[in-house]
Each structure stands twice: as structure tokens, then as C-alpha cells.
Design a protein around this ligand. Structure first.
Ligand SMILES: Nc1ncnc2c1ncn2[C@@H]1O[C@H](COP(=O)(O)OP(=O)(O)OP(=O)(O)O)[C@@H](O)[C@H]1O
Length: 745
């Protein structure tokens, strides 16, 4: 039985596209279609059993290798930890032990959870068989990780990232890719992936469908798959989960683009930007292990609450070695003991600071103002001022990192001496050259023209001295701006005693990057909520991107920092990925249509142009609750208590200072809640300031006093837009004041 629009077909040719849940052990195969379905399900459970048994054997073998590793390394075949007791080469023993243990742990963890979530049967005959190419007639099971007896054996389950798995995500009636059958498996939520947890399945036959229109393809397939719909609509509790079983075609295109392409995803709220970024990270690690795993992959998020929320996704995909941090975590580790005024903060995030700092550093270089004499035994080599000036000028023109420049001047100065020596007595040896390079006179010359300098000295020199500032900022910052930046007279001025502000750390990092390339660089960076980064923060990341390969995720409409980007071209240039393609995602998987429509009404009032979102999710509730003056705290407690009677997480979102008060009020009312920025797995209720709500989602959101959020500074409307788009199912708006226009209707 084939549905003409989607090519979807039920497993046994009956029913609404899904085998009904079957509890416990497989049913005995009976007569008729129901019996055929039960037999089919029993077959799949049997296959799941084989996969589990194989995983258990692999697990046992991995444990054995840990024990053997310990035995080989210690000379004893004991059960001690691998790597212990090795005196000769403790470091490599420890490294091997660590490797074996982590491999064994990974294998053990894989044994939990469903062994597969999908199956692909490629066609054998006709045009579809030809389209299947090398996969013609093959059947593949697809799961989070490959399962096989040993690495060379044909896999029982393919990794979702393998090339052959792509058709699982991409095949549609319009473009069947040779797929005769795509089967999605439904597993009991919260189960361990035991065969009995396999409770349903759903089939589509893309190659059979013929004639489905393009418009019905991707979206219709997602909508009509009840397994996908169930996954999208499931209640949210705890940290973010992977979406590997239900990645949609437009998301899959982004996930699977190569590391050589930097990519920017402009995604409306809930369109899966974060999910896409994390799955792309896992994909790159799998397909380019040498380049990406060795070179390092880093995920950068806006704050620790958000990082905590997303922290389980990559490990659930088997990738546990990926660093996740905020920009702040990458900056020099100095205590922040000073605070800047808003104008100074804005300037320190401004890209012009990069040029000012560069000039301040280059001002440390001085042209030689006399000849140099270098004693060599009883002889003295004399270098004239002109030649030395050429060395310094040419090195400056090459524009190397400052510390490299110093060594280059040293080497070229020694080169001048060598030329003299060669003319006098033939080519000198390496040892002689080294000795010349270390001569006190040569180092003194270097200290005069290209002195050693630390980042703190340059920044303190600039911010603590009006003349240095005036010289470095000339033509870049006006006088008022220079005054805003200069430290007040009472602030310590030496690098040692200086008190640094949070924004000063950006300046320190900028100068450190001019002195030498940072040691912590990465082969690929995934940058989330990138619209909120300032130009100077973008530069922190650009410096750490070894090949300029980035996945940039964001939504200009959700920009809430004072320096939020208004267009991607400029932001991508700051990030070191100019010209990267900007791909929009507009289909929302979080926010129900009624809430998306409300939020979309704000878009016209924002100073950015982005495509509006459309929701894949019907349903959803929007309730406006007027509150009598002074009654907000009590009303919030009441609404939260009522919300807790239903399934899922509850988020209370309010303007920052009010959020802090509400957290206290809830505690007094005896309702345990995580505080702002403290998004804990255990707490079902989270109270969060609108400025920290970005990237998070809750089944039920209580939005408190939207007029206050909208009026909270220059980006108030963007903050309100973020707050309106956090709810998966229900949004209650509590207000004493009049509602903002967009929310009123
Ligand atoms: N293909 C999918 N299948 C199932 N769930 C999905 C899919 N794509 C996204 N989701 C879910 O939709 C929700 C929103 O995804 P995500 O947080 O990645 O969106 P976002 O674009 O980063 O949102 P925001 O702009 O609000 O930060 C998440 O719960 C995610 O798991």
C-alpha cells in the first residue's frame, strides 16, 4: 500500500504506517497482515539480539586487551590496571593504558542503547537498481556506531556517518537514490536498547512512489513519519539529545559538507542550528580523523549554562574528546579585578582596537641609530648603520609575528657578520655562527631595536599613558574615545600591578597573538550563537583556527550583545572565514506554529533582515495571564506549580534582575529551581534571565513581564524574541504592565 504523495508504505501493507507497540517478547507469527507484521518485528528483534551479542563479545575482547596490556607492560599477567608499575617507560605505559581503558569504556557504553535506528534496502533491478550503484541489492542497518565482529568483517550495523548511510537521510520519492525500503525503528523511550525495547517500525518505499512532487518531499516525509514527529514532539527534560535518527535532508546537507568549506548557518529559532553544528562535528571527526581529530576540534558556546545543556550530545555520538568552551575560556588566565565603563567596554570590543594595539607594539621597534661592533677574539666585526637599518626595515615589511621578527633580525645580523668573515677567511662553521648569534653585543643591539616585550607591557603601556595612546590611536580613535580608554590616574600602571577588566583580556590576547601564534589552535571550530560575538572576540577565534575551517551558527534576529552582528559577511570576515556561504534554515522543530507566528511579528521591528521561521509543529498553547499589581511572584509560583503537574521541563524567563528575585520567591514557595545560568539536569524548573535563555528550551515557559524584557536596553526586542521562542509546547505570558504590541494580538 503506497501513499501517492510520499511513497510511504506500511511494513505489511496495512495500517497507518506504523506497527503498533508490542510489549515484551515477540508475538508468535499469526495469520494475516497483523501476523506478518509481528513476524517482521520478531525478525528485527532477532537481528538486534545478534548485534547486542556481538557488542558484548567486542566488549569482552576490549576488556581482555586492557588486562593483556597491563600484563605485557608490567611483565605480569595480573589484573592490575594497564600501565601501572612500569619503571622504564612510565609515560608510554600510562598512555597505552589510558588508550586501552578508554577504548574498553567506549565499547562498553555502546552496548547500551538501541544498536540501530534505521534500515535501508537498496533496489536490485530496473532503473532504481542502477541508481543504487555499488549498493545494489544490499541491506544495511544504520546506528550510532558501526557494529562488526572485527574491523575487517562486513558490518552488522553501519555508522550513520558512513557514505552508504547518506541515503537514509536523503532519499525522497522525488530522488529515491536507489532506495527500495527505508525503515525507521521505534524503541521504547528510556530503555537500554534490549531487543524487547524495539516496539515499532515504519516503512517508506521511495523508489516505488513515483511522481511525488518536490514540495511534498522533505517536509511531508518528516511530518508523516510518526517516529520523527514523536521525536520532535517528545517532552524535554535534562540536557540536549542527539537527533541522529531523525536528521532532516536540509540539515544533513550541512552536516555532511567537507571541512575545507567554512559554513555559516543563519537559522531561525529551533531550526536545529546547534544540533546541526554538533552532528557536523561528529561527522568531520569520523570522515577526516587525521586532519580533524589530530588537529583538534573545538565547540564554542555563549555561556556555561548552554555548554552544560549541549554537553551530552557528542559523547552520545561516541565522540568524547571534543573540547567545549566559551571565548572567555580561551583568553589569558588573569584575575578580573577592574570594571570598565560602558564606553570603554564597547571600544575594547571594537575592531579598531586591533589596529591600535598593532601600532603600539610596532612602536617598540626602533631603527638602529649607529654602527654595531661585535668582538671576535682579537678582531671586531663592524656593521654600518645603513645595513642594519635595511635589516630592520625589511623584517618589519615582512610582518612576521613579533617574536619571530626578533629572531629574524638576529639571524640577518649574524648573516652580515658571516658575509664579512667569508670574504676574509672563507665560510665559517655552524658553531661559530651560533657563537656570534649569542654575543652580548648582538643581544644588546636586539634589545635596543627589537626588544623583548610581554603582552601586559604593551597593553598597560597603552592604557596607562596618554602619549603612547595618542601615537597609537592617531586617526583611528578620536580624543574623547582615547580618554574613555585611558586608565584613571589612581589605577596601577605597571604591568605587574595592573588590575585587568574582562575586556582587557581581549586586548591581552590580541597582543599575545601578535607576539606569537597561539599554541592552542584547532583544525575546526564550531561557533554557536556567533551573532553575539564582538569583532575582537571573533579575532580570538580566528587566531585559533589553523586552516580557517569553521562552522558558524547563529541568528541575527537573536543578537543581544551591544556589538551583535547585523550582517554575516562582516562577521565572517572577523572570524577569518570571509566569503563563507550563508545557508538559511527556516523550518522550526522546537517551537509550535502559534508561538512562531507571534515571534515572527517582532521581526519587522528588528534592525536586521532574516527569513521568518515556519514551524513543523502544529498545536502548542499560548496563554496571556494578566496579574494584579504586586502579584507577580505569587502568580509565577502558582503557574509553575500547575505546570509541574504535566510532563517535561519548566522555564521561567524574565528580565535579569527580576529573574534573580523570582528564583528566591520560588524557593520560598518550596519549589526547587535552578538559578540563572545554572541549568542543572536534576531541576525540572529553571529560572533564567532573558539574556541567558539563548539556545535553551523548555516544554513549558512562563514568560514574566515581556514589556520589561522588551524595554531592557537597546536589544530588548531581540531578547523578547529569544524568550518567545524557548517553549516546546506551552507559553504562558504573565504581565502586570501592558503587553508589547507584537505579543498583544
Ligand atoms: N531533525 C530533527 N529531529 C528531531 N529533533 C530535532 C531535529 N532538528 C532539531 N530538533 C530539535 O529541535 C530543537 C531545537 O534544535 P536546536 O537547539 O539545535 O535549534 P537552534 O536553531 O540552535 O535553536 P536556537 O536558535 O533557539 O538556539 C532541539 O530540541 C532539537 O533536538
Amino acid at each position: 500500500m503506497t501513499s501517492p504523495s510520499t511513497g510511504k508504505r506500511t511494513a505489511g501493507g496495512t495500517g497507518p504506517g506504523r506497527i503498533r507497540p508490542v510489549d515484551g517478547a515477540p508475538e508468535p507469527p499469526g495469520e494475516g497482515p497483523a501476523g506478518a507484521l509481528a513476524a517482521e518485528l520478531a525478525g528485527e528483534r532477532a537481528y538486534a539480539r545478534v548485534c547486542r551479542a556481538t557488542l558484548e563479545r567486542t566488549d569482552a575482547a576490549a576488556q581482555e586487551r586492557v588486562r593483556e596490556g597491563a600484563g605485557v607492560l608490567t611483565g605480569r599477567h595480573s589484573g592490575e590496571d594497564a600501565g601501572e608499575g612500569v619503571a622504564a617507560d612510565g609515560a608510554s605505559a600510562e598512555a597505552l593504558g589510558r588508550y586501552l581503558r578508554s577504548h574498553a569504556k567506549q565499547v562498553r557504553e555502546e552496548a547500551d542503547g538501541p544498536p540501530f535506528f534505521g534500515r535501508l534496502d537498496f533496489c536490485d533491478e530496473g532503473p532504481a537498481g542502477r541508481e543504487a550503484g555499488e549498493h545494489r541489492g544490499q541491506r544495511y542497518y544504520i546506528g550510532r556506531r558501526r557494529i562488526s565482529e572485527h574491523p575487517a568483517a562486513p558490518p552488522l550495523v553501519l555508522d550513520w556517518r558512513a557514505p552508504a548511510s547518506r541515503a537514509f537521510y536523503q532519499a525522497t520519492a522525488r530522488r529515491p537514490l536507489g532506495v527500495g525500503l527505508r525503515r525507521r525503528f521505534g524503541w521504547a523511550p528510556g530503555g537500554t536498547g534490549a531487543p524487547g525495547d524495539l516496539t515499532g517500525m515504519e516503512d517508506e518505499r521511495p523508489a516505488d512512489a513515483g511522481g511525488a512532487s518536490e514540495a511534498t518531499d522533505a517536509a511531508a516525509s518528516a511530518l508523516t513519519s510518526r517516529i520523527v514527529a514523536g521525536e520532535i514532539e517528545r517532552p524535554r527534560v535534562g540536557p540536549m539529545r542527539d537527533i541522529v535518527a531523525t536528521i532532516q535532508p536540509e540539515q544533513d546537507d550541512l552536516v555532511r559538507s567537507g571541512p575545507e568549506d567554512s559554513l555559516c548557518v543563519q537559522g531561525a529559532p529551533g531550526t536545529g542550528k546547534t544540533a546541526v553544528g554538533l552532528h557536523r562535528a561528529a561527522y568531520l571527526l569520523y570522515t577526516h580523523p587525521r586532519r580533524i581529530e589530530r588537529g583538534g576540534l573545538l565547540v564554542v558556546g555563549p555561556n556555561t549554562g548552554f555548554l552544560h545543556y549541549i554537553s551530552a550530545v557528542l559523547p552520545s555520538l561516541g565522540e568524547s574528546g571534543v573540547g567545549q568552551c566559551t571565548v572567555r575560556d580561551l583568553l589569558p588566565d588573569r584575575p578580573v579585578t577592574a570594571e570598565d565603563g560602558p564606553r570603554a567596554v564597547a571600544l575594547k570590543h571594537d575592531e579598531r582596537m586591533a589596529r591600535v594595539l598593532r601600532r603600539a607594539l610596532r612602536a617598540r621597534v626602533r631603527m638602529p641609530d649607529g654602527p654595531l661592533a661585535v668582538p671576535d677574539g682579537s678582531y671586531r666585526w663592524r656593521l654600518d648603520e645603513e645595513a642594519l637599518r635595511t635589516v630592520v626595515a625589511e623584517t618589519l615589511a615582512q610582518d612576521p609575528p613579533y617574536e619571530v621578527g626578533r629572531e629574524r633580525v638576529r639571524a640577518r645580523t649574524v648573516g652580515l657578520i658571516r658575509d664579512r668573515a667569508e670574504r676574509r677567511a672563507g665560510p665559517p662553521g655552524e658553531a661559530w655562527l651560533r657563537r656570534m648569534g649569542r654575543k652580548r653585543e648582538v643581544t644588546a643591539f636586539l634589545d635596543a631595536v627589537w626588544p623583548r616585550v610581554r603582552a601586559e607591557e604593551v597593553v598597560a603601556g597603552l592604557l596607562g599613558d596618554a602619549a603612547t595612546m595618542a601615537a597609537a590611536a592617531d586617526g583611528l580613535l578620536d580624543e574623547a574615545e582615547q580618554r574613555d580608554l585611558l586608565w584613571p590616574a589612581r589605577r596601577p600602571r605597571t604591568p605587574r600591578t595592573a588590575r585587568w577588566s574582562a575586556a582587557d583580556l581581549l586586548l591581552l590576547d590580541e597582543v599575545a597573538g601578535l607576539l606569537a601564534h597561539p599554541e592552542d589552535s584547532y583544525a575546526h571550530l564550531v561557533v554557536d550563537e556567533a551573532q553575539d560575538l564582538s569583532p575582537m572576540e571573533c579575532r580570538v577565534l580566528a587566531r585559533r583556527s589553523r586552516f580557517g575551517s569553521l562552522t558558524v551558527l547563529g541568528d541575527l534576529a537573536q543578537g543581544t550583545t551591544p556589538w551583535a552582528a547585523r550582517d554575516w559577511a562582516e562577521q565572517l570576515a572577523h572570524l577569518g572565514a570571509p566569503g563563507a556561504p550563508v545557508v538559511p534554515l527556516t523550518t522550526g522543530y522546537r517551537v509550535p506554529a502559534v508561538l512562531v507566528e507571534t515571534a515572527n511579528r517582532l521581526l519587522d521591528s528588528l534592525p536586521v533582515r532574516v527569513p521568518a521561521a515556519r514551524s513543523l509543529r502544529p498545536g502548542g498553547e499560548l496563554t496571556r495571564v494578566p496579574v494584579a499589581p504586586g502579584g507577580t511572584a505569587r502568580a509565577v509560583a502558582e503557574r509553575v506549580r500547575a505546570a509541574l503537574e504535566r510532563e517535561g521541563s519548566v522555564g521561567v524567563i524574565a528580565h535579569g534582575p527580576r529573574a534573580a528575585e523570582l528564583a528566591g520567591a520560588l524557593a520560598q514557595a518550596g519549589i526547587p529551581a535552578g538559578g540563572p545560568g545554572d541549568v542543572r539536569e536534576a531541576a525540572r524548573v529553571t529560572v533564567v534571565g532573558a539574556e541567558l535563555a539563548k539556545g535553551l528550551e523548555f516544554d513549558h515557559v512562563v514568560l514574566v513581564e515581556p514589556a520589561e524584557v522588551a524595554g531592557s536596553g537597546r536589544h530588548g526586542l531581540q531578547r523578547l524574541y529569544v524568550a518567545l521562542t524557548r517553549a516546546v509546547s506551552r507559553l504562558e505570558i504573565l504581565h502586570e504592565r501592558e503587553l508589547p504590541e507584537a505579543v498583544r494580538r
